[in-house]
Design a protein around this ligand. Structure first.
Ligand code: NAD
Length: 269
């Protein structure tokens, strides 16, 4: 039940009907008797800047989760960015301070790493490959570097995106080896798909089948795709004996980071 006293948080994107955060957060608020509610907001791009301006004056709004396609645009519109959001030029959550200022962060990488740690993966000194250097791939790559990997491979169909991400990572983490070429997967302790490949039952994998045969059985293999939960990439990895981490696991593992950043949940929900 929403009361006059209820504080609000939003999740903004377009479309928005597919997101699971409102039911996850509202169930948690309800079970924990927290007087906060999450609203799904499907906003047209032409009105986004006006909406951000209105958020500054919205006294009972605590913050907003930001999803596709506004993660990059929102980073340009808020008043302050965390260091990682500034480096990645992308936000997936913002907090409204009591004076109305909007502060943005990107916790996609935290969610990824929380889930990987739950599978027993400790990034310190490890070697990892992130396939896809877009918004989520960049956030995952950042989290792995911050977590202490020894070397990181990055891949994408776009050379421009690879070059841009490599420059960001080398600037922030000068001691970590960043590779853009590899001929086998056997040396990687973790291989992450951060592309949409495999979504919607296409049967596709983000790397060719012969290369996937070189996956180490010791590796943790992860996917960001949420539908289907078991992508062809994860199924192949599992058939090789690898541990696997699904897209919904990553999404679930960042709820606490999103809520804590907005100040409406603890970090251990
Ligand atoms: P994006 O468009 O910014 O980036 C995708 C990148 O993948 C692009 O740079 C593209 O060139 C690259 N790519 C596509 N096919 C490739 C291939 N075969 N090999 C190498 N690179 C390839 O998209 P995004 O915002 O990073 O989102 C990626 C996916 O992550 C989406 O499917 C999204 O739904 C999902 N996602 C999942 C979670 C989660 O918590 N599980 C969170 C956010 C996004």
């Amino acid at each position: 039940m929403i009361h006059g006293t209820t504080q609000l948080v939003g999740i903004i994107g377009s479309p928005i009907a597919q997101v699971k955060s409102p039911e996850n957060f509202n169930a948690w608020f309800n079970e924990n008797a927290v007087d906060v509610a999450m609203l799904p907001i499907d906003m047209r791009e032409a009105q986004l800047a006006g909406f951000v301006s209105a958020m500054r004056g919205w006294n009972n709004l605590r913050g907003c989760v930001v999803t596709v396609p506004y993660k990059l645009t929102m980073a340009e519109l808020v008043d302050e960015l965390s260091p990682r959001a500034a480096a990645l030029r992308s936000v997936n959550v913002l907090r409204r301070e009591s004076d109305g200022r909007l502060v943005g962060d990107n916790v996609d990488g935290d969610g990824f790493l929380n889930a990987a740690k739950a599978h027993g993966f400790d990034p310190v000194g490890k070697s990892a490959l992130v396939i896809g250097s877009g918004g989520v791939g960049a956030a995952i790559a950042w989290a792995l570097c911050q977590g202490g990997v020894r070397c990181l491979g990055i891949a994408d169909l776009s050379e421009t995106r690879i070059r841009a991400l490599k420059a960001i990572l080398q600037n922030a983490f000068p001691d970590i080896e960043i590779h853009t070429q590899y001929s086998t997967l056997s040396e990687f302790d973790l291989v992450a798909n951060a592309t949409p490949v495999g979504m919607g039952g296409t049967g596709e994998t983000p790397l060719p089948a012969n290369l996937l045969q070189s996956l180490s059985a010791e590796a943790l293999v992860t996917d960001v795709v949420t539908n289907p939960v078991l992508t062809p990439f994860l199924e192949l990895a599992r058939s090789r004996g690898c541990r696997i981490q699904t897209g919904p696991e990553m999404a679930r593992a960042q709820l606490a980071n999103l809520g804590a950043f907005m100040g409406v949940t603890a970090l251990n929900i």
